[in-house]
Write a protein that binds this ligand. Structure first.
Ligand code: GDP
Ligand code: MN
Length: 478
């Protein structure tokens, strides 16, 4: 996991009875002789990863295309640093380098050793003048990490480039100068296929155009693959993800999707047209900002900046996504997902917040912390913000703030951009609409803080006092 020659990398050995896992891991990680050479140096502890789909074949028994067991156990032993996975052949349950090792086991290693294993994409922004700024962003699953990591700057941003380092996981540690540097422990992208098209994410489409594996997609008669949203016109006929004949007509009548909504592509990161030249730098890339974000129909502005590190840790700790749609003016049920790590942290979340707070003491340069929300809606339930490549405008403000070029406007929750400080070239977005998108409603925020409290009560016995102080300060400002 990570570039072979990087001191920040780790090694796992996975034993599996699934051929699908073997060929997928060949894309998602570095494997083979160079890794064996590292193991033979005998300086590094190896994480044993045991995997079985849990369907042993009796002599003569015919195999099935997708074996799995009704019972599933995905077990992590952080003290002995090992992983045992039984019964499932899919994704994070089976490609054990990903969530199991690179997040759950690695987060406990990171706590013990003074680094961070985070559910974050890493990207680099290059200005027309050649200034390069790297940021890492934590959004929960299905909240736009892969899209943001491969962002194509919109019209009006000629000369700007966004470079991809990783789209899902970041391992981050301070260097000898007290600057945080990040590596991507993975070598491939395991991305959601439906909705991915040449229009929405051309970089992903180029990446998966060869040497890739597709899971639960539809098969076209000419030997290709298809999923909802890949093209405007669906194929006249195909085999759906379960192998049944599918036509647009059948889809209309039965509601059956050609591809499973969670169909995936597994593609080599090296094939991404925007892969950063430094993506395999053993020293990692310097991180200037952390960005947290979720899906919030109300309350959360498009962008704000936390006042400082501990306020930023509070922002990450209390982030979440709406589970139910919010009616105009009300807050939907928010599922808190601190730093997008709730399903992936290998130890108590309260101690995890403490680890975040402590990390700052190891730093000479403290990354700025921001919160974004691409998903705020208007009274009619429409997205207020066009999103996708237009997110570049938000990213530029973040970069400007990091370099001390934009003043910002103080609010109870943090620093907000002024309308004039966002680059609006080639986008028609009125000041009124921007004010609606950025509105900080004090009453709604008081409700929001009560939601924070519900999370804190669950974590109470390990919650660092700083989180309580930050909440009190927020209440005072509101
Ligand atoms: P990941 O699971 O965090 O990597 O998320 P993806 O990048 O795969 O995106 C998840 C879903 O969010 C997809 O349906 C995207 O089309 C959608 N999405 C991504 N970015 C944006 C955005 O800026 N605005 C809106 N409205 N949707 C987005
Ligand atoms: Mn993704």
């Amino acid at each position: 996991m990570g570039p072979i020659d990087s001191p920040a990398s780790q090694i796992g050995v996975q034993l599996t009875d699934s051929a699908y896992v073997v060929v997928s891991m060949r894309i998602m990680t570095r494997i083979g002789l160079p890794v064996f050479r590292e193991i033979d140096k005998d300086v590094m502890r190896v994480v044993p990863c045991m995997h079985s789909v849990g369907v042993p074949l009796a002599p003569g028994q015919k195999d099935v295309p997708w074996p799995c067991n009704k019972e599933k156990y995905i077990v992590h032993l952080p003290e002995s640093r090992e992983i045992w996975s039984f019964g499932s052949g899919y994704g994070g349950n089976a490609l054990l380098g990903k969530k199991c090792f690179a997040l759950r086991i690695a987060s406990t290693m990171a706590r013990d050793e003074g680094w961070m294993a985070e559910h974050m994409l890493i990207l680099g922004v290059e200005s027309p003048q050649g200034e390069k700024t790297y940021v890492a962003a934590a959004f929960p699953s299905a909240c736009g990490k892969t899209n943001f990591a491969m962002l194509v700057p919109p019209k009006g941003f000629e000369g700007w480039k966004v470079w991809t380092v990783g789209d899902d996981i970041a391992w981050i540690r301070p260097d000898e100068n007290g600057q945080l540097r990040a590596i991507n422990p993975e070598a491939g992208f395991f991305g959601v296929a439906p909705g991915t098209s040449w229009e929405t994410n051309p970089n992903a489409m180029a990446t998966l155009s060869r040497n890739s594996i597709f899971t639960n997609v539809a098969l076209t008669p000419d030997g290709g693959v298809w999923w909802e949203g890949m093209t405007k016109e669906p194929p006249a006929e195909c085999l759906d993800w379960q192998g049944n004949r599918w036509t647009p007509e059948i889809g209309k009548q039965t509601g059956a999707k050609a591809a499973h909504p969670n169909a995936r592509f597994t593609a080599p990161a090296s094939q991404c047209p925007t892969i950063d030249p430094a993506w395999e730098d053993p020293n990692g890339v310097p991180i200037s900002a952390f960005i947290f974000g979720g899906r919030r129909a109300a309350v959360m502005p498009l962008i704000y900046q936390a006042f400082n590190w501990s306020a930023g840790v509070y922002v990450g700790a209390t982030m979440g996504s709406e589970m139910t749609a919010a009616a105009a003016g009300t807050i939907g049920k928010v599922r808190r997902d601190p730093m997008a790590m709730l399903p992936f942290c290998g130890y108590h979340m309260g101690d995890y917040f403490r680890h975040w707070l402590k990390m700052q003491r190891l730093l000479n340069v403290t990354p700025r912390i921001f919160h974004v929300n691409w998903f705020r809606k208007d009274q009619n339930g429409n997205f207020l913000w066009p999103g996708y490549r237009e997110n570049m405008r938000v990213l530029k403000w973040i970069v400007d703030r990091v370099h001390g070029r934009a003043l910002g406007k103080e609010s109870p929750i943090g620093w907000l951009p002024k309308y004039e400080d966002i680059e609006w070239k080639a986008l028609d977005f009125s000041k009124e609409r921007f004010e609606e998108l950025q509105a900080v409603d004090r009453n709604a925020w008081k409700q929001e803080v009560i939601g924070h409290e519900e999370l804190f009560i669950k974590l109470h016995d390990h919650l660092p006092p700083e989180m309580v102080y930050e909440r009190e300060l927020l209440i005072c400002r509101l």
